[in-house]
Design a binder for this molecule. Structure first.
Ligand SMILES: [Zn+2]
Length: 466
């Protein structure tokens, strides 16, 4: 339980009429026109929008194995600064998160850092090697209670394995998150296949390499009546396939990244590898289709695909540079620029696409005491972000908490500013700055209590898996 109370004055929940919010004991205790509350510290939030804490379905935290690029601590600090209160940590670590031991280690590192909840994603195949299923049931039964599985970075290209994975996770309401990339069609690919790749002489990455896998997996999910989530959708054709699958009532959900909502393949003309990403930046027509699909709900949510890389891996020639961009600290600002300032989505829509729906897809709404993705109302957990939509500033990677600097938005002017992030009623960000974590100083009993809190709202207890 939290030890303090906070009175937030005149915030606009999801862009609605201004109101006061009293946070006490980790919950939203009261809302309305509130006077002074006993012992509560006061925050003037006039002009600020209050949103439920953002949830990211797709974050690469790089620990264990590539702590030179990111750690759970630096990555979750970046998440908190971006307004996130929960992130799903992708499984392509070294070693891969393919056993109960590794996912519990990552979950514990998240609890210790204390900036936001960390939900480990389990690997679909052992060692992400694509040849045999990982210990899906053991990860589900572990203290990390994994429900989302992905070989992200690699596609589960074997149709039989994909079918088996989809069948297996039904026993515990799991979901398979696919990185849709037909490997043979993208052999050596460097950027989107199209006019620009032709001009630059870089090997192209055809849209069909993504669309063919999405179509196949929608059919497989329907065949076994299981849940498929499609990572980082990047083409107009993919949107059409997802729309068709949803019209059938199949259990298919999808995400889009902030960078695919704002940037196009023309940026490759700079040969700056900061724009090299998987899936690649596409065309203006694709960006328009992705925005429309997020607005109409065909694409369920925004996910960052935050992919930090060391300077050595990223600041080199295009052909050998790593794929990936950071995104946690700019996501909400980019969504404002691409979706809100363009009139495609209002703030209630942003709350839905960046908190409510990703929490549901990530199985964070749980039984009993849901922690994330709840509308801001009395009785809800006090996980929320205060955001200034009228601010504007130039993105400065040097100011980011992420250990890596590979943001494609560097030197761009973007709207908005995250002013405060509250996790279970306690500020982790205030005045746009990180509040120092007490993770390293916390006692064992404090950490044990925090572990219990972190598990509230997760699927209840070990369940029979087979
Ligand atoms: Zn991916």
């Amino acid at each position: 339980m939290s030890e303090s109370a906070w009175l937030i004055k005149s915030a606009s929940p999801a862009g609605g009429p201004a109101t006061d919010l009293l946070l006490r004991d980790g919950q939203i205790a009261d809302m309305g026109a509130l006077g002074a509350a006993d012992g509560a510290r006061v925050i003037d939030a006039a002009g600020l929008i209050a949103l439920p804490g953002l949830v990211d379905l797709h974050t690469h935290l790089r620990e264990p194995g590539r702590e030179d690029a990111e750690t759970v601590e630096t990555g979750t600090a970046a998440a908190a600064l971006g307004g996130f209160t929960a992130v799903h940590a992708m499984a392509n670590t070294e070693p891969a998160a393919d056993t109960a031991g590794v996912v519990e280690q990552i979950w514990r590192l998240g609890v210790r850092a204390g900036y936001c909840d960390v939900r480990p994603v389990g690997a679909v195949t052992a060692g992400l090697a694509g040849s045999q299923l990982a210990e899906l049931g053991a990860m589900a039964d572990s203290r990390a209670r994994v429900r989302v599985y992905s070989d992200d970075g690699r596609c589960v290209s074997d149709a039989v394995l994909m079918r088996r994975a989809l069948e297996y996770v039904k026993a515990f309401d799991g979901v398979i998150a696919q990185h849709a990339q037909e490997p043979r069609l993208t052999d050596g690919a460097q950027m989107n296949e199209g006019e620009v790749s032709g001009r630059l002489g870089l090997t192209g990455w055809p849209a069909v390499a993504e669309e063919a896998i999405i179509a196949r997996d929608c059919l497989l999910a329907a065949h076994v009546d299981s849940a498929l989530h499609i990572c980082h959708v990047s083409t107009a054709g993919s949107v059409e396939i997802i729309r068709w699958a949803k019209s059938k009532g199949w259990r298919v959900t999808a995400e889009v990244t902030p960078h695919h909502l704002l940037l196009t393949d023309e940026l490759a003309e700079t040969y700056d590898p900061v724009y090299k990403v998987n899936p690649p930046l596409r065309t203006k027509a694709d960006v328009a289709a992705l925005r429309a699909a997020l607005a109409d709900g065909t694409i369920d949510c925004v996910a960052t695909d935050h992919a930090p890389h060391s300077v050595e891996d990223k600041e080199t020639e295009w052909q050998v540079a790593a794929f990936g961009m950071t995104g946690l600290e700019t996501a909400l600002r980019v969504v404002q620029a691409a979706m809100v300032d363009t009139g495609l989505l209002d703030w209630a829509g942003v709350a839905d696409r960046m908190s409510v729906r990703p929490a549901a897809i990530g199985r964070l709404t749980g039984q009993g005491a849901p922690l994330h993705g709840r509308p801001l109302q009395p009785g809800s957990p006090a996980n929320l972000v205060l955001y200034d939509p009228a601010a504007r500033s130039v993105v400065s990677p040097a100011a980011h908490a992420s250990r890596s600097r590979n943001t494609p938005f560097a030197r761009m002017e973007l709207p908005g500013s995250v002013q405060a992030t509250f996790l279970r009623g306690e500020p982790v960000v205030l005045g746009g700055k990180l509040v120092a974590s007490d993770g390293q100083a916390a006692s064992d009993s404090q950490l044990a209590a925090r572990e219990r809190q972190s598990q509230r709202g997760q699927p209840a207890g070990p369940e029979p898996v087979r």
